[in-house]
Design a protein around this ligand. Structure first.
Ligand SMILES: O=C(CO)[C@@H](O)[C@H](O)[C@H](O)[C@H](O)COP(=O)(O)O
Ligand SMILES: [Zn+2]
Length: 192
């Protein structure tokens, strides 16, 4: 395929998935936003976790909340569980890779926090185990996923399943919705 054809087709596909996401996910977006607002107002924190591109999304979104998104403001408590290489490598080495997020949630999660598992397939065992542990510990659970949602919808109070089977398209919508959640959180908390 010619690069310029690829350019057109990728953006057209992106636009189709964007439109489908807009049509399908307004209500779950608002519900998850309310959960974030409640948690932050009560002194809770948002815990993000995922693999690969979703790990990048997790640390990106945690940084938006801790540092700044639209304007300078007080920090919002958030953490990405895929950024601590010592916890990740010791967890994987000693407990197994499936346990790397669950263990950190067991250590750091408190009732009222929101655990946000990010997985395009909804089946990554360590993300699934993280959500299970979050539920056990009384956190609010959220799944950013795609395809048919995988296993995550059964484990999450809030489910945003991007209507696409393409990993890259799902990831593009995850970061878009993640940015929008950060922006809407600032508006709701009247920080902008
Ligand atoms: O970014 C990409 C593909 O766009 C990859 O790094 C991708 O995130 C990795 O293959 C992940 O391991 C996929 O895991 P998941 O989304 O199914 O949980
Ligand atoms: Zn990617």
């Amino acid at each position: 395929m010619e690069p310029l054809t690829y350019f057109q087709e990728e953006l057209e596909d992106h636009a189709r998935v964007l439109a489908a996401t807009q049509a399908a996910l307004a209500a779950p977006f608002e519900a998850l936003l309310d959960a974030w607002v409640t948690s932050v107002r009560q002194g809770g924190k948002i815990l993000f976790f995922g693999n690969g591109g979703s790990a990048a999304d997790a640390q990106h979104l945690a940084a938006e909340l801790v540092v700044r998104f639209i304007k300078d403001r007080a920090p919002i408590a958030a953490l990405a569980l895929n950024t601590d290489t010592s916890a990740l490598t010791a967890g994987a080495n000693d407990l197994g890779y499936d346990a790397v997020f669950a263990r950190q949630i067991e250590a750091l999660g408190r009732p009222g926090d929101v655990a946000v598992g990010i997985s395009t397939s909804g089946t990554s065992p360590n993300v699934v185990a993280g959500l299970k542990m979050a539920r056990e510990k009384g956190l609010v659970t959220a799944a950013l996923t795609g395809r048919d949602g995988g296993i995550m919808p059964d484990l999450a109070d809030h489910v945003l399943t991007i209507p696409s089977d393409s990993t890259r398209r799902i990831q593009e919508m995850h970061i878009t919705l993640g940015h929008m959640l950060c922006g809407a959180l600032e508006i709701k908390l009247k920080l902008v």
